[in-house]
Every structure is written in structure tokens, then in C-alpha cells.
Design a protein around this ligand. Structure first.
Ligand SMILES: [Zn+2]
Length: 386
């Protein structure tokens, strides 16, 4: 018997060129906007200036907080929130990739909730709302525009864990595939693989509901059919969207948003569960950490859920559960993304800490995985992925 609840109130505005509605969307929720962004790409691409102009055209005051970093730290969000309070900002606009969107959600939350944000992440305190958020993703990976998560790293403990609060679901998310075309090829490869992992992990999660299942499978199929195609375009050095296969870009962007939405409902499983300690500890690129861990974990999982892996394999162009891991590895090869944890900077002596930390920060994800691993098995996976 099927029993579930599915709650995800975000206005998704999707399509090439849709960034143009940013001003009018944000103006629905406030008069003083804080744009949260990073130090680099949105400035280089001119997007930050464009966003400011769109907001100002609606008569809004704009403050820019440009300190969001990859694997954002809790302290960064607290700093942004203090500025948002001081300036009286009443709407937060997140402009950038996954880390930046997560940071902007945390800023929106911390602006309304006193004390360390990890107190809320660990359930010591209960949140009381957040400033309204409008998100404009510039990478197609995390799917943060479609969920209630903000993944943060605690400065001292290096715990990397999600704030989960419906108050940080964006009021509106503008997903404009044209913006994604400015990503360098290697970034596209790692974020695209992250999106695939979200869909695969949600699909195999023990708490996947029927609506989530449909979106997850479609996400896997869209990435399987299009990610390599657009990666090749970036490798060739194409920069003009008019010269690119925008249907393929749209397909991957849509899959990425699905990926964010499906993990909101079904959670992630072991690959994300084991990747977070690695990137919390060594600040490695999330998608590359997943590339190192996923084949190792799935090889140990196929037997526990052969039908699930057969379906995933078919969505990616394979035959059955027996070739699923090989099909994923071939995709990683095509994306120049075959790697190991040591190549990413993880040391053999980190295994013990990562193993303990995985059971601390990722307990739910490990439980949702089709095969529940023991501590010794997790340590073995880390060692094999080194
Ligand atoms: Zn992820």
C-alpha cells in the first residue's frame, strides 16, 4: 500500500533567457535585496551587474555579499546574515552555483534565527522562519533551487551537514540554461555527475515516493542522453549559446533541478553520505568526491537491489544490473572524471576520522541505502576509493 506526503512549494521558472524576470520576481517579496554570490564567475561573466540592474530597475536597494565559497562555512553565512540584518535586507537573492545557493539559504535563515546555525542543523534549536529567497543557479548540479537543504561545513569540527528547513525553500527559482553555458568543461563534468548521483540515490532510497521515482528516473535518462554531448561542446571551446545544442543543455538543467527536488523527498544514500566527510575534511570538489566513491559503493550494493540497478543501467543506455557500474564508469571516462580520493587530496590516515564522521553526519543517508554498511565496510570502501 502506498502512503506518502510530498511537500515542495517552490515557483520554478524555467527556460533560456528567463533571468530577465529576476527583478519583478524579487520585488514581490521585498524592497531591499541582498545578492549572495562568490568572488569570481558571476563578476567575470557580467551576471552580477545584470542582476543588480534588474533589481534596481524595480526600485529595489541592493547590497552585495560576495564571500560565498565552495563548501561554504557556517561562519561565512553568519557574516552574511549580520550584514543583511544591519542593512535591513528583506529578500535574499542567491546568484551562482550550488555552494553559493546553499550559502544564500543559510544567510536567509541566520538573519532570522540567533545563535550558531549548527544548533539548528543538529536539532538543538528550532528555526523560526527565514527571509524570502529567490535563487538563480549558474551550475546544473546541486539542485538547491528545488529543495529545503543548505549544506554547510562547521569551521572547527569540519562536520559537513545540511540545514533542512522548509523556510529555506526558495519562493522562486529561475533556472536559465543559458547561464549554465558559461561553466568551464571540468566544472560541468563534476556538477553534472552530482546531479546524476542525486537522481540515482533518490531512486534507490528506501523512502522514495512514487512522484519522486518518476522525476528521478527521468533525471537519470536526461543526463545519460545529454551530459556527454554538452561536455563535448565545452571541450571544443564553444561559448556562444546560439552555437550550442540548447535542447541538450535544457535537458541537463531540468535533470539537475529534478535531482534537487528528489533528494528533498527521498534523501541521499551512501555515496553522498560518504562524500560529505571527505569534502568536509579536505575541501575537495563534491562531484569529484562522488566520482571516486560511487563505483566502489555501487559494486558492493548491486546484489542487494538488482532490479533497481537494472533500471538505472537501462536509463543510462546499459543492459541490466550486471553492467550498471561499468556503464557509470564509462560515463565518468567520457567526462574525464575518473578519479580517486587520494588524487583529490584525501590521505590514508583520514579514513578513520571519515568513517566515524560518516556515521555522525550521514546516519540517515546510510540507513536509506539499499544495503546498510557496517563501520568496517565503510572503512573498506574509503580505503578502496583512495
Ligand atoms: Zn550532491
Amino acid at each position: 500500500m502506498t502512503i506518502f506526503s510530498h511537500y515542495l512549494p517552490v515557483n520554478l521558472i524555467f527556460g533560456a533567457g528567463k533571468t530577465e524576470v529576476l527583478g519583478e520576481e524579487a520585488a514581490k517579496y521585498g524592497r531591499k535585496a541582498m545578492i549572495v554570490t562568490g568572488r569570481g564567475s558571476t563578476k567575470r561573466s557580467g551576471l552580477l551587474d545584470r542582476a543588480k540592474a534588474l533589481l534596481e530597475k524595480e526600485g529595489m536597494e541592493v547590497t552585495v555579499f560576495d564571500e560565498a565559497e565552495p563548501n561554504p562555512l557556517a561562519s561565512t553565512a553568519m557574516r552574511g546574515a549580520a550584514i543583511a540584518r544591519e542593512k535591513g535586507c528583506d529578500v535574499i537573492v542567491g546568484l551562482g552555483g550550488g555552494s553559493i545557493m546553499d550559502c544564500s539559504k543559510a544567510v536567509a535563515f541566520a538573519a532570522c534565527n540567533e545563535g550558531p546555525i549548527f544548533d539548528y542543523i543538529y536539532g538543538v534549536k528550532k528555526g523560526a522562519g527565514a527571509l524570502p529567497l529567490v535563487l538563480v543557479p549558474t551550475t546544473c548540479g546541486t539542485g538547491s533551487e528545488g529543495n529545503c537543504f543548505a549544506v554547510l561545513t562547521e569551521d572547527e569540527t569540519r562536520d559537513k551537514k545540511s540545514l533542512r528547513d522548509n523556510a529555506v525553500i526558495a519562493r522562486a527559482s529561475i533556472v536559465d540554461p543559458e547561464l549554465m553555458t558559461t561553466m568551464p568543461a571540468h566544472v560541468l563534468a563534476s556538477v553534472g555527475f552530482d546531479a546524476l548521483c542525486h537522481c540515482m540515490e533518490a531512486y534507490m532510497s528506501k523512502i522514495c515516493d512514487p512522484i519522486t521515482e518518476i522525476m528521478a528516473l527521468e533525471g537519470i535518462r536526461l543526463i545519460g542522453g545529454n551530459l556527454v554531448k554538452i561536455y563535448e561542446e565545452k571541450k571544443k571551446g564553444l561559448t556562444d549559446p546560439a552555437a550550442m545544442d540548447m535542447d541538450a543543455w535544457s535537458a541537463v538543467c531540468l535533470a539537475s533541478t529534478y535531482g534537487g527536488m528528489v533528494i528533498n523527498q527521498a534523501g541521499v544514500t551512501a555515496p553522498h553520505g560518504l562524500e560529505h566527510p571527505a569534502s568536509g575534511m579536505r575541501n575537495i570538489t563534491h562531484g569529484r568526491g562522488l566520482a571516486a566513491l560511487t563505483p566502489v559503493i555501487y559494486r558492493r550494493t548491486v546484489e542487494a537491489a538488482p532490479e533497481t540497478f537494472a533500471v538505472i543501467s537501462k536509463c543510462l543506455g546499459g543492459a541490466d544490473e550486471k553492467d550498471c557500474v561499468a556503464v557509470i564508469e564509462a560515463l565518468l571516462d567520457s567526462l574525464d572524471l575518473r578519479t580517486t580520493l587520494s588524487a583529490e587530496g584525501v590521505l590514508p590516515e583520514d579514513v578513520e576520522w571519515m568513517t566515524k564522521n560518516a556515521f555522525k553526519v550521514s546516519a540517515a543517508g546510510l540507513q536509506n541505502h539499499p544495503k546498510v554498511f557496517t563501520e568496517e565496510e565503510v572503512a573498506q570502501i574509503y580505503r578502496e576509493a583512495l
